[in-house]
Design a protein around this ligand. Sequence first.
Ligand SMILES: NC(=O)c1ccc[n+]([C@@H]2O[C@H](COP(=O)([O-])OP(=O)(O)OC[C@H]3O[C@@H](n4cnc5c(N)ncnc54)[C@H](O)[C@@H]3O)[C@@H](O)[C@H]2O)c1
Length: 257
Amino acid sequence: MQTDMTGKVALVTGGAGGIGEFICERLAQAGGTVLMLDVDSSKADQTLNRLRDRLGDTAQRVQFVLGDLNDLQATDQLAQDLVKRHGAIDVLINNACINPLGPLDEAGIEEFERTQRINSHSGFVLARAIVPSMKKKGAGWIVNIASITFNGGWGDFVPYVHSKGAIVGMTRSMARELGPFNIRVNAISPGAIPTELERQVWAHKLEEYTQFILDHQSLKRRIEPQEIAQTVHYLCCEASSGITGQNLSVDGGWWMH
Ligand SMILES: NC(=O)c1ccc[n+]([C@@H]2O[C@H](COP(=O)([O-])OP(=O)(O)OC[C@H]3O[C@@H](n4cnc5c(N)ncnc54)[C@H](O)[C@@H]3O)[C@@H](O)[C@H]2O)c1
């Protein structure tokens, strides 16, 4: 079974973040050239240092790309430049997010729109710019990182869950349109993954939150970011050759549909 990604170029948005770091690691270990796109260059430096410690020379396959997905015009230009520079982008992982938390009647309109731009509209802009190079090569893989919060419906998360619903819809529509070109498009819905994002959002009641998660999951342990990364890799190689248009939950058996 072909799981090697040698010769493939993968663009991972939010690559410097808690889950992105492990996606970049996994795809580089599989032989790919990985473009780690993020808005936060100091976080990216720290992530790259950890990757160098863990991967040695293999970490050279991970390159940082500075980009702000909140600026959709600049994102379009950046994607076109990257395609020109690398000849093609074979794999696109839409993983970046922001996660404003709070009641609906306190959410600002600008914050809502910013959440959509970063979490979902950027996925449309990037795919639009990159797909022509996938079509030329006769193959491509797109993975959109959604969330259990869309599957289950959570309060106090409306802008975020709105964006996650949008990328699940986009996944299905793109899969239909791009299947004839041998481009597969899938989503992954992580459950609750212990990352910096979780520590920030739930800092005020982390222990209670952890217990809540374990009560709801079928597996009575936390699901690690590496387990999201290995599912991304699976969806971008021959091991999953018959799968497109799906939203795969990696949540320890929390939400079943
Ligand atoms: N951690 C969880 O429990 C969990 C659960 C469900 C879904 N998810 C999803 O997994 C993905 C990764 O989450 P994470 O936990 O690693 O989050 P994270 O906050 O650790 O990482 C997100 C990354 O996106 C980057 N980013 C934010 N705004 C950006 C912008 N304007 N331009 C470019 N990059 C930007 C951040 O700098 C950060 O590195 C997200 O899509 C998130 O919704 C996470």
